[in-house]
Structures are given as structure tokens and as C-alpha cells.
Design a protein around this ligand. Structure first.
Ligand SMILES: Cc1cc2nc3c(=O)[nH]c(=O)nc-3n(C[C@H](O)[C@H](O)[C@H](O)COP(=O)(O)OP(=O)(O)OC[C@H]3O[C@@H](n4cnc5c(N)ncnc54)[C@H](O)[C@@H]3O)c2cc1C
Length: 401
């Protein structure tokens, strides 16, 4: 197999990257170990796109806007600016958009090998059903969430410690919630002897029109998500937490007394851990001090460090300052692999600060910018900017005001 652009990972970032590159007429392949696109939204049971409403086409939102528009006719609800949907609708709509754009899709395959010559990736090998498939490409994009492609290529990466990266969790869904009232639930959570001490705050959201179906995002463990042995241990611990949290919710949360479990996410939700080291690295200091960004490609925010472990969080690990902040072009380009970019939550940022760029619409946007950059062979910023405008991307704060 041979492509212009090869994208590892079909989460929100991989979706954006493929759309961005395909719009420039390139031959594009996106592959994933899962059975379809969507990443965390579909396979960690969290089809909640925070802030997506402002990306709708009338607001010029690039691939995120196209996705939001495609969801208009599906079973879904806007809650404030969030899109709460179903895993099935997210996966189906992303698949349709990718196919319409002419992107080739390959699922059920794990990245197993990367060939590099003179700091340039020449091919990747993926494995599924006992078959190894070598895929050659001109440029590659790491949208694996955890910078797996960059790591395997010997590219520079950075990894946050368990203390400074956000909690790992297993989402579960209940039905039969009556008269949900968020304020009452937050109060009950804070006063209600939650059975696990390391929770920072009440995390839950209704997913059905009448709020009978509810996503509970309350289990949490700490550990290294870049290691399968640790992931296995964390998964077992999280599954033991679920029945305990469910019983606690029934007894404690107003309206939850008659609820029952309907679904548990198939895999752990990892919020952050390993990132590429890019030509430019976003730091927590940048987010706090907010100096101007010279080559913006997407818009994230300045807050970082949400979902921390209450029992041992270091005071410097989270910062609740507000407002938006642009993501620089340099954060998408690997510092030492010449034909590699990244999109989504594994772009170049201090791992403890990753919540500033990890919301799904932002991941679609950084993915799309990486896709455009790779399709144009990593051009000067002025050329990239022209295409970002052409593809109706939201990437400059001043244009929004
Ligand atoms: C529990 C939880 C709750 C969240 N809640 C929200 C929310 O309410 N709103 C919001 O906007 N965002 C939320 N987020 C954040 C958001 O979901 C993620 O930051 C976003 O999905 C990251 O997108 P991504 O494409 O970079 O990575 P991912 O979504 O992680 O996708 C990466 C893809 O790469 C694939 N992959 C990885 N390694 C390999 C490999 N070796 N071979 C093949 N494929 C591979 C994976 O299978 C996956 O499909 C939440 C995240 C978590 C974990």
C-alpha cells in the first residue's frame, strides 16, 4: 500500500487530519485498532463534544463544523454548547464524511512497526487478523492520543508522571434517573461520603432527552497509561469501583434511587500522558502568562489540570485561569522526524497542561491543521494560513471577537 498521507488513529484528531488532507486532493489513509472512527467519543463511552456548537458551518468551523452539521438529523441533544449524542451516531457520521471525502479507512489493525531512514519515516506496518500490512507514505500524522507513532519512530516525546496527568476512568451509563437536578447532585456528591477519596468533583451528564439516561464519570485511578501491564491493573481496579459507585449513587444522588446500569465503556478513558516534542512546546507558563501566539492553527484554552487526584495532587499541577488561547503551528511538527506531524491530545504540550487542548472539537481542529500541513509538505505558515481560511477553520481569536 502506498499513500501521500498516512494517519495513525481515527479519533477526533485523525478524523480532522484526514478531512484536511483529503480536501487538498491527496491520497489519504487513516487506520485504527478500533472498529471505526471516533476514538474516546465512541470507544470510551463519551460521545460528548464540548463547545461544538460554536463550530457549526455558519460559524466557519472547518471539519468540526461539518461534523456538527452532519449530526443535526441524528438522535442527539445540544446542552448549552455541548453536543451529547450516541456512540453509534458519532461513528456513523464520521465514517460517512470520511468516505465522502475520498479517504481510505483501515480498522481492526494495531500499529506494530515503523521504518525510519535519515529521520524520515518511510513506512509503517499494521497488524490485524494475523496479517502484517506495510503502508508506505510521503508524510505521516500521529493522531494516536498517546504519541504511539512518534514513540515507535524514535521521535522525541515527553511523558507526565501519574501525579501530574489527569485521572484514568471507566465511564458507565445508567437509565431510570428521575427529575435530574445538577446542583442537587453536586451538593450531594460534596457532602455524601463518596466511597473513593481521590475524586476531585462530581462528573456526570445526562445523555437522553428527558435525562433518564445518565453518563457517570466518577470512577478514577492513577497510573501510567503508556504501559499495558499498568493499564490491565487499572482496568481491573476501575471495574471493581463501578458496583460500589453505583450503590453509592442510588443511595446518595437525588433522583438516582431507581436507576440501573445499562452500559460500561469497553476501554479505559485516558485523558493524557505522552505527547510529542514539537518544534514549539506549549508550556504551563505560556498558558498562565499568555504571550501572543505568532502562527496560530487552532484555538484551545488556558485552563489546565482538571480531573486531578485529590489525595496527592501537587498544587502546581492545575491552574484554573480562563479564556481561550491559540495553538501554534510548531506544536504540531515533530522536532526530529522530518515528515511527521501530530494532531489532537498528543501535540507538543507539557503533559500536565494537556487539558488546555484536549476537548474533542479542538482535537478535530489541530488534526485538520496537521492534515493540511502534511498535505502541503509542511509549508511556510503564510501558505498554511491561506488553506486554513479556505477550509473555513476557526484558528484566530481576534476573528471571533
Ligand atoms: C473519560 C473522558 C471524558 C472526556 N470527556 C470529554 C467531554 O465531555 N467533552 C470533550 O470535548 N472531550 C472530552 N474528553 C476529551 C476527548 O475525548 C479526548 O481528548 C479526545 O478524544 C482526544 O482525541 P484524539 O483524536 O487526540 O485521541 P483519541 O480520541 O484517544 O483517539 C486516538 C485513536 O488512536 C487509536 N490508536 C492509538 N494507538 C494505536 C495503535 N498503536 N494502533 C492503532 N490505533 C491506535 C485509538 O484506538 C483511538 O481511536 C474526555 C476524555 C476522556 C478520557
Amino acid at each position: 500500500m502506498e499513500y501521500d498521507i498516512v494517519i495513525a488513529g481515527a479519533g477526533p484528531a485523525g478524523f480532522g487530519a484526514a478531512m484536511g488532507a483529503a480536501r487538498l486532493g491527496k491520497k489519504v489513509l487513516v487506520f485504527d485498532r478500533n472498529s471505526g472512527p471516533g476514538g474516546v467519543a465512541v470507544y470510551c463511552g463519551c460521545p460528548v463534544f464540548s463547545g461544538l456548537r460554536s463550530f457549526l458551518p455558519e460559524n466557519s468551523g472547518g471539519a468540526a463544523g461539518e461534523f456538527a452539521h452532519s449530526m443535526k438529523n441524528n438522535a442527539m441533544i445540544w446542552r448549552d454548547t455541548k453536543l451529547n449524542s450516541s456512540e453509534f451516531s458519532v461513528g456513523l457520521n464520521m465514517t460517512r464524511l470520511l468516505r465522502q471525502a475520498g479517504v481510505d479507512l483501515l480498522f481492526y489493525v494495531e500499529l506494530t512497526d515503523v521504518k525510519v531512514e535519515n529521520n524520515t519515516i518511510t513506512s509503517v506496518t499494521v497488524t490485524g487478523c494475523g496479517k502484517h500490512i506495510e503502508i508506505k507514505g510521503k508524510n505521516f500524522i500521529d493522531c494516536t492520543g498517546d504519541a504511539v507513532l512518534t514513540f515507535m519512530a524514535g521521535g522525541a516525546t515527553q511523558t507526565g508522571s501519574a501525579e501530574e496527568t489527569m485521572t484514568k476512568t471507566l465511564l458507565f451509563r445508567v437509565t431510570g434517573v428521575e427529575n435530574y437536578d445538577r446542583e442537587l447532585c453536586v451538593k450531594a456528591f460534596e457532602e455524601g461520603n463518596f466511597p473513593f477519596t481521590h475524586q476531585d468533583r462530581f462528573m456526570g451528564t445526562p445523555v437522553g432527552e428527558k435525562a433518564e439516561d445518565f453518563l457517570l464519570n466518577l470512577t478514577a485511578v492513577s497510573g501510567c497509561a503508556q504501559d499495558p501491564v499498568e493499564l490491565t491493573k487499572m482496568d481491573m481496579e476501575l471495574k471493581e469501583q463501578i458496583p460500589v459507585v453505583l450503590e453509592w449513587a442510588k443511595k446518595t444522588l437525588p433522583g438516582f434511587a431507581n436507576c440501573h446500569l445499562v452500559a460500561v465503556a469497553p476501554i479505559i478513558g485516558v485523558r493524557g500522558g505522552r505527547n510529542i516534542v514539537g518544534v514549539e512546546n506549549i508550556t504551563s507558563k505560556d498558558l498562565q502568562e499568555n504571550p501572543p501566539v505568532s502562527e496560530p492553527v487552532a484555538i484551545g484554552k488556558r485552563t489546565y489540570g482538571e480531573h486531578y487526584i485529590k489525595t496527592f495532587v501537587a498544587p502546581w499541577a492545575f491552574w484554573q485561569g480562563g479564556g481561550p488561547r491559540e495553538v501554534p503551528y510548531g506544536a504540531l511538527r515533530s522536532v526530529n522526524i522530518s515528515n511527521l506531524a501530530a494532531g489532537g491530545r498528543c501535540i507538543s504540550i507539557e503533559p500536565k497542561a494537556v487539558s488546555a487542548i484536549r476537548l474533542m472539537p479542538v482535537c478535530i481542529a489541530t488534526g485538520q491543521a496537521a492534515g493540511i500541513a502534511a498535505a502541503l509538505d509542511f509549508p511556510e505558515y503564510s501558505e498554511l494560513r491561506k488553506e486554513l481560511i479556505k477550509q473555513k477553520c476557526k484558528f484566530e481569536i481576534k476573528k471571533e471577537q
